[in-house]
Design a protein around this ligand. Structure first.
Ligand code: PLP
Length: 418
């Protein structure tokens, strides 16, 4: 199944989703980007350079790990994990960012801007900018700046300027709006490094293309390890880039694909980001594209919530909106509470510390594995590592010993300052 074959429909549309909904002033810039992207996509030497960079700089190919202990404990399917947590900067974000960096060089631009929620995409972009010698400005909601101090620290030390956005709810969608404004004002020398498979065409296709490296590797590796394709593949879905990345390895096969969204406090709570799994979202146009958004009857965007900041977004990859309607991808949601338990189980049985985002995929896989046969195979995409979540996890697991330790350190710090 080639979702990027537009010969039957309008380019940049997946069913009725996707498209380009931008102010007139940005049309020339988007056209320029599209032309450059088409050149890169049809040039085998571009892909080779891209892969070589990721191999030398980010440790690709990332391995696949068989979770023998967990599989045995659950007593069902054999569970395998694609380890994109082992990338430089700790997640799959670097795949997309390195690709767009190469593209930016081709465009002859020397300044990059990006939005970030949890800070993982900002961190990866600042890293890429340092490596390629670009000026870099990162937009981040003021609330997120306060919540994600370690990532802000690294971005600034990598040479990026971090702008705390004070508009709206002061989170990701406000940062995206501010970043768009910068792009409009500086488009001649600036490339907007969008962080997920959302936004106006060609971003969903472009980000998916760069992330397809996960699925290409995983398919070959799993065949090598087991001689078989997986029966099911699970990946968490925020904007939907790591999931479409791994799913592309299996779209034409008889493999069940499961997107795992943020259930937050649960269905009906209104505090979640499960756009498709809870059937709470409706079709609309925002932030440059058409998809399912969590919005009210007036088209105002709802507040979203997840224990994992990287899944906390109002919209979803337009390709997924289409694949969901086609019945090609199933969507489920994991609640904050389930994520805590699954994370503890992964740590204790396998010594793995998945990011809170990735743990959503583990929740659904762990739930379904016991009812599958022992000869069946599950593949989970571990999109990132949990190091960045240390404070959230300590809080979530209500680890009193750890909390006391942190509080004592904070008191000590305050005393030293006085
Ligand atoms: C950003 C992030 C996500 C969510 O983004 P997608 O575009 O849906 O992949 C998931 N996992 C990790 C570790 C992230 O940093």
């Amino acid at each position: 199944m080639d979702i990027f074959d537009f010969s039957q429909g309008r380019e940049g549309y997946y069913g009725e989703y996707g498209g380009v909904f931008l102010p007139e002033i940005l049309h020339a810039t988007i056209e320029e980007l599209l032309t450059c992207f088409r050149e890169c996509k049809s040039d085998p030497s571009f892909w080779r350079e891209y892969v070589a960079l990721l191999q030398n700089y980010s440790g690709r190919p990332t391995p696949i790990t068989h979770l023998a202990n967990l599989s045995q404990q659950l007593g069902g399917a054999q569970i395998y994990v694609k380890r994109d947590d082992l990338n430089h900067t700790g997640s799959h974000k670097i795949n997309n960012v390195i690709g767009q960096g190469l593209l930016c060089k081709r465009l002859g631009k020397r300044r990059v801007i990006a939005e970030t929620g949890a800070g993982q995409h900002g961190f990866a972009t600042a890293t890429m900018a340092a490596r390629f010698g670009f000026d870099c400005k990162i937009y981040m909601g003021a609330v997120d700046v306060a919540r994600q101090r370690p990532n802000v620290f690294w971005m600034e030390n990598l040479g990026a300027e971090v702008i705390a956005v004070e508009d709206g709810q002061r989170t990701l969608k406000d940062a995206i709006n501010e970043c768009m404004r910068d792009w409009v004002a500086n488009m001649t020398d600036t490339h907007y490094v969008l962080g997920t498979a959302c936004g106006p065409h060609p971003f969903p296709e472009m980000v998916s293309w760069f992330q397809s490296i996960i699925g290409i590797e995983a398919r070959e590796q799993l065949l090598g390890l087991t001689g078989k394709l997986p029966d099911r593949v699970y990946a968490c879905v925020g904007g939907g880039s790591n999931a479409i990345g791994i799913f592309q390895g299996f779209l034409s096969d008889d493999v069940e694909l499961i997107g795992c969204e943020a259930g937050g406090l649960g269905a009906g709570s209104n505090l979640h980001a499960a756009r498709l799994a809870y059937n709470d979202a409706s079709v609309g146009v925002a932030q440059g594209f058409k998809t399912y958004f969590l919005q009210n009857d007036q088209g105002n965007m709802n507040e979203t919530h997840s224990i994992a900041a990287g899944l906390d977004y109002i919209g979803v990859n337009p390709i997924f909106a289409y694949l969901w309607e086609q019945g090609k991808v199933r969507f489920e949601a994991a609640t904050d509470e389930q994520v805590k338990h699954a994370l503890r189980l992964c740590m204790r049985t396998e010594g793995l510390i998945p990011a809170l985002e990735s743990t959503h995929a583990f929740v659904i896989a762990i739930d379904e594995a016991p009812s599958m046969g022992r000869d069946e195979i599950i593949l989970i995409n571990q999109s990132g590592r949990g190091d960045k979540d240390i404070f959230t996890i300590a809080d979530a697991l209500d680890d009193q010993k750890w909390k006391n330790f942190i509080c004592a350190k904070a008191d000590q710090y305050r005393e030293e300052q006085n």
